[in-house]
Design a protein around this ligand. Structure first.
Ligand code: NDP
Length: 235
């Protein structure tokens, strides 16, 4: 049987966990990745209890050895990858981390770059490869120019890391435009998670919907776009 295989990064909680759950509900085999194998297995076990075909896999997204080992494992086990959701992300500025700029770029930009590059050969073996980069409206330059809230939030490392992720999305979409691969970047909305806080408007279930939509696009769907639900966002 030709099963559809999806890898979601940073899926131990929040939006990533919900993306894994909703893709799993569609009959997709989900490789639920987390920083440690224990965290990944715990979350995958919860999904299996709901009848979802979930496999916990270890992926500290900044660890090149983890990335290489996972690419090898997926290649040996499945021979292809159909969906990659680059979801893991941090907002180090709010956590007051030292070297917030470097830390933020390492997780939000360099990691999805290296993960995607490592997995592209497997995604190109899929008949309908899909990559979704979990970005943010704060990564929109137009939003930063025109929106008072974005200006007030003043989070240069986070915003620049997501703007760079958006640029990578367009780079890959152009590079692979003559293949079945579709690569888009999305804003999930303001979502009640550890990052989004209690006052955010959407539940994780609602916040996962945009990534799920672009992870399961039909063959005539868009590539190289920035979206919230069906709406295109300005770069
Ligand atoms: P959470 O903080 O709730 O979850 C983030 C997830 O990413 C966790 O599973 C976390 O794992 C994982 N993660 C972080 N760093 C690493 C790492 N180095 N290696 C592996 N996993 C890692 O955030 P959200 O669910 O809210 O955010 C998900 C994505 O959505 C992010 O990219 C974020 O920027 C984006 N987003 C969120 C918004 C919101 O309103 N919530 C708005 C706009 C964008 P661990 O628990 O081990 O730290």
């Amino acid at each position: 049987m030709n099963k559809t295989i999806a890898l979601i990064t940073g899926a131990s909680k929040g939006i990533g966990y919900e993306v894994a759950r909703q893709l799993g509900q569609q009959g997709i085999t989900v490789l639920l990745s987390a920083r440690t194998s224990a965290a990944a297995e715990e979350a995958a076990a919860q999904l299996r209890e709901q009848g979802i075909d979930a496999v916990g896999v270890e992926l500290e997204v900044t660890d090149s050895a983890h990335i290489a080992a996972l690419a090898k494992q997926i290649g040996e086990q499945y021979g292809k990858l159909d969906v990659l959701v680059n979801n893991a992300g941090i907002w180090a500025e709010t956590a007051g981390a030292e070297n917030a700029f470097e830390t933020t770029f390492t997780v939000n930009t360099f990691a999805p770059y290296h993960i995607t590059e490592a997995l592209l050969p497997l995604l190109l073996k899929s008949e309908a490869g899909r990559i979704v980069n979990q970005s943010s409206a704060l990564g929109s330059i137009q939003f930063q120019l025109s929106n008072e809230l974005a200006q007030r939030i003043a989070t240069p490392a986070y915003a620049a890391s997501k703007a760079a992720l958006n640029m990578l999305t367009v780079y890959w979409a152009n590079k692979y435009k003559d293949t079945p691969l579709k690569i888009n970047t999305v804003h999930p909305g303001l979502v009640k998670t550890r990052m989004g806080g209690d006052k955010a408007e959407l539940t994780p279930e609602e916040g996962a919907k945009t990534a799920v939509r672009y992870a399961t696009l039909p063959a005539d769907g868009p590539t190289g776009g920035f979206f919230y639900m069906e709406d295109r966002l300005p770069w």
